[in-house]
Design a protein around this ligand. Structure first.
Ligand code: C2E
Ligand code: CA
Ligand code: CA
Ligand code: CA
Length: 280
């Protein structure tokens, strides 16, 4: 059947062309975005479920494009990753996040033990000079290594487990901390988790939001938390949106939480306000 005079093949080919063009345009915009400083870091508090105090922030990148408006990291990070632009962008993110935490620690005496969590991408993780780069950034920004927490996903470490373990141990030797992000969503690394020198396990939002749906989903979250504790990791639950979820996680001995129930990711000024209001 013909659609507006074109064969199905032609329609398909045109669509592919349009997609390829859109991709190239996005890549071009992304390339200039770094030079034009269109990126900004937002910060989402990570909260102790026992005391309610902020223990750290996760940095989350934002792109304010003059042409496109706000672009979600979920759509541009994968392209930055494919094109290699994540290397300069990732370095900028790390440096910016470390600098901000150093500024907060210098500004507020009660911020010394706060951590800044920074997401690493797969491509960054396989950069040969990653350890040296992080060491250099810590030096330049004058941030204590133990204040930096790197968020690493399962897929990044499951590619080559042995190599990943060596790299993770080198990062640990710098003094930085490590979080396993989005745990349980990828190809499951349950059987490998004990071999990775993680300080923290982050329970993915999908598990947290499903908790209220059934007793079985509750059991999954309980199991993940118990596993983490037995491996001497602490646990951050992501995507907590309700008091019920928060209470339920607290009852399961989950130490930390993050989510809209506490705060959305906010800009530097608002994060500073949160620090001055809630931490004394
Ligand atoms: P992620 O690392 O799992 O980050 C958590 C995402 O969940 C963030 O989305 C955050 O805004 C969102 N979130 C937090 N609490 C809630 C909640 O209660 N409910 C809901 N519905 N969402 C919540 P965001 O900022 O859009 O980032 C999406 C993903 O993009 C991140 O997932 C991460 O994979 C990637 N990303 C963001 N910033 C960076 C970065 O600086 N570097 C790299 N490599 N990736 C980043
Ligand atoms: Ca993360
Ligand atoms: Ca996550
Ligand atoms: Ca996620």
């Amino acid at each position: 059947a013909k659609v507006s005079g074109k064969t199905r093949h032609e329609v398909f080919a045109t669509k592919m062309q349009e997609q390829a063009l859109a991709y190239l345009e996005l890549e071009a915009d992304l390339r200039t975005a770094i030079a034009n400083q269109e990126f900004e870091l937002y910060y989402q508090p990570i909260v102790s479920l026992n005391s309610g105090t902020i223990v750290g922030f996760e940095s989350l990148v934002r792109w304010h494009s003059p042409q496109r408006g706000f672009v979600s990291p979920a759509s541009f990070i994968p392209i930055a990753e494919e094109t290699g632009l994540i290397i300069p962008l990732g370095k900028w993110i790390l440096q910016q996040a470390c600098l901000q935490m150093q500024i907060w620690q210098a500004q507020f005496s009660h911020c010394q033990s706060l951590t800044i969590s920074v997401n690493l991408s797969g491509r960054q993780f396989s950069q040969p000079n990653l350890v040296e780069q992080i060491e250099e950034i810590l030096q330049i920004t004058n941030l204590n290594a133990q204040s930096l927490k790197l968020e690493i996903t399962e897929s990044m470490v499951m590619d080559d487990v042995e190599e990943a373990i060596i790299l993770l141990n080198r990062l640990k030797a710098l003094g930085v901390r490590l979080s396993m992000d989005d745990f349980g969503t990828g190809f499951s690394s349950f059987s490998y988790l004990h071999r990775f020198p993680m300080d923290t396990l982050k329970v993915d939002r999908s598990f947290v939001s499903n908790m209220s749906k059934s007793v079985k989903n509750q059991a999954i979250v309980t199991t993940i938390i118990t596993l983490a504790h037995q491996l001497e990791m602490d646990v951050v639950a992501e995507g907590i949106e309700t008091e019920t979820e928060m209470k339920s996680l607290q009852a399961k001995n989950c130490e930390y939480g993050q989510g809209y129930f506490f705060s959305k990711p906010v800009d530097r000024e608002q994060a500073t306000l949160l620090i001055t209001k809630t931490l004394q």
